[in-house]
Design a protein around this ligand. Structure first.
Ligand code: ZN
Length: 187
């Protein structure tokens, strides 16, 4: 190996090392800079819902800036398809398993709204069955005519806060959020 090539490789290696070791630390140390949290999701088990899940993730990415949903690994979010009602098992903020239930789709509920709603649970939002279509977390209570996949201003603010400076206060968020027919909804 020529000395020139060796020097070039050594420089490249040290730059890469600096990126690995120094990158995130430098970002976090910068005053006033919020670190964007990236959550990876695995939709390989989402069958016919893969593109709806991507669309739901895109809705959130266009709505909030403190957290990003990216398809890939290492995934803390697993998305599967089954024949039941959609539901989310949230282990903690940003981590859990979503079932894109076919029963809701069969009954006419919008599939992107379902995906965005279930991702909303992973992002720390509970169900609020208001029956209003402008509320994403009203879920099935808004009826099958509701095709709105977008969170409202309050839901956006809550997610921003969950992943903002007050991250710690939302870290204990967990639960099972099962959707169902509006008539069966408890709240
Ligand atoms: Zn829900």
């Amino acid at each position: 190996m020529s000395r020139k090539l060796f020097a070039a490789l050594a420089l490249l290696f040290s730059l890469a090392l600096a990126q690995l070791v120094g990158g995130p630390v430098a970002v976090a140390a910068e005053p006033g800079t919020e670190q964007v949290r990236t959550l990876y999701y695995d939709s390989s088990g989402a069958a016919e819902f893969v593109s709806a899940v991507d669309a739901g993730a895109r809705v959130w990415n266009e709505s909030v800036s403190n957290v990003r949903l990216v398809k890939g690994q290492p995934a803390t979010i697993t998305i599967r398809a089954d024949d039941g009602w959609p539901r989310a098992y949230v282990q903690r903020l940003g981590q859990g398993t979503i079932y894109m239930g076919r029963q809701a789709v069969r009954e006419g509920h919008d599939v992107i709204r379902i995906a965005a709603h279930e991702l909303g649970h992973i992002l720390g939002l509970p169900d609020r069955r208001t029956g209003l279509c402008q509320d994403l977390m009203s879920g099935a209570s808004a009826g099958t005519s509701c095709k709105n996949p977008n969170p409202n201003a309050a839901e956006i603010a809550e997610v921003e806060s969950n992943f903002g400076r007050s991250l710690r206060s939302a870290e204990s968020f967990a639960g099972v959020f099962a959707e169902g027919a509006p008539a069966l909804a408890r709240r």
